[in-house]
Design a protein around this ligand. Structure first.
Ligand SMILES: [Zn+2]
Length: 358
């Protein structure tokens, strides 16, 4: 399978997604493309690799949920182990699920998700990737966390994002075994190779050659579209540089200067400094007629000091001012959907992607 096959399959899926969003699911009113909100729902300030995990940020999610609801948007809370075990979060998420206002999926940080299996000299310091563990341990960790989500939320989780964006074919197959139907671990055009997990490992996943648009995963090669039941919904990351800037080699001195003035990739992820870039991403997606865009943030980023990005009350208020403007603009073009709702609109439950080609 050469790269052309991949591109064709992605384009084919793209047109399928467009026609499905437009016509196939009137119940969901997908007359417009979808604004997908993914929240990595995890303990406070995981960037500091704390030895003792706290989950105070659960108390700050209500404000974000209310903002989403004001614009008809439905967050998907990709939830990790310590948050499943947090009563305040469970109460919040159960209420949102009951009202049909959100979805709970899985997010897995390998080093603290049971069963505990030491991998490095200090797993809490290195934060090894799940894909660095033996396959049997990977499977067991996915199995246990899936079971906890089922037990505490009385539903079968179908959506997933890997901890620290580390994903591979084995992981994808384990997700399918456990009934997952959507993955959103792909960060197009970004490489995590230089971010070590296990210090003796090869680093994180390199997504530089991955598709930016939704595709059903090939379980033998997750970079390519295939006929599995697992829909990949990459987080929205765009290269917004003008074409002249794209021609300058990134490693060169002029390339580095340009990159400082105009960063080469723009995420649909607030930093407190990137409202304009996020609005440009949304408008470009509208212009390209994308079937969806995918926003991401961490639950801890809604709490002052819960992340390195937003330390103070003032910075949180600025974050909300940016979110308000981004959501107001986006709601003119996009309809809200959870990841599972979007997937079901693309391919109804009873139809598999393999069937739909015939
Ligand atoms: Zn995480």
């Amino acid at each position: 399978m050469g790269p052309n096959v991949t591109v064709n399959s992605v384009l084919e899926l793209e047109s399928r997604l467009l026609s499905f969003t437009a016509h196939r699911n009137p119940a969901l009113k997908f007359s417009r493309s979808a604004f997908l909100i993914t929240i990595d729902t995890e303990g406070d300030n995981m960037w500091a690799y704390p030895k003792t995990l706290t989950t105070e940020n659960a108390g700050y999610l209500g404000r974000f949920q209310s903002l989403c609801e004001r614009y008809g948007f439905k967050p998907t809370y990709l939830t990790d182990y310590e948050m499943v075990m947090c009563p305040a979060y469970r109460e919040f998420a159960r209420d949102a699920i009951r009202r049909g206002a959100a979805e709970v999926g899985m997010h897995l940080h390998a080093w603290n998700s049971p069963p505990a299996v030491p991998l490095t000299a200090n797993d809490y310091q290195f934060g090894p990737y799940l894909i660095e563990y033996p396959e049997s341990v990977m499977r067991e960790k996915v199995h246990v966390l899936t079971g906890l989500l089922e037990e505490h939320f009385q539903m079968t989780p179908v959506s997933h994002r890997a901890g620290r964006w580390a994903f591979n074919e084995i992981y994808a197959r384990i997700l399918v075994e456990h009934g997952y139907r959507v993955d959103c671990s792909v960060a197009p055009s970004v490489s995590y190779r230089k971010n070590p997990g296990n210090p003796t490992g090869v680093g994180g996943t390199d997504y530089t050659q991955f598709p930016a648009l939704p595709y059903f995963l090939n379980l033998q090669n997750i970079r390519e579209a295939g006929d599995s039941t697992l829909l990949e919904l990459p987080v929205t990351i765009m290269d917004l540089r003008p074409s002249w800037a794209k021609r300058i080699p990134t490693g060169s001195l002029p390339g580095r200067l340009v990159n400082r003035l105009r960063p080469s990739v723009a995420w649909l992820r607030p930093t407190g400094k990137n409202l304009k870039a996020m609005l440009r991403v949304v408008r470009s997606a509208v212009h390209e007629q994308r079937p969806c865009v995918e926003f991401m943030l961490h639950s801890s980023e809604f709490m002052p000091g819960g992340s390195p990005t937003f330390s103070t009350e003032r910075e949180i208020d600025l974050l909300y001012a940016h979110l308000d403007e981004l959501f107001a603009e986006s709601s003119r073009f996009f309809a809200g959907a959870t990841l599972a709702e979007f997937r079901d609109a693309v391919v109804p439950q009873e139809e598999s992607p393999a069937d739909s080609h015939s």
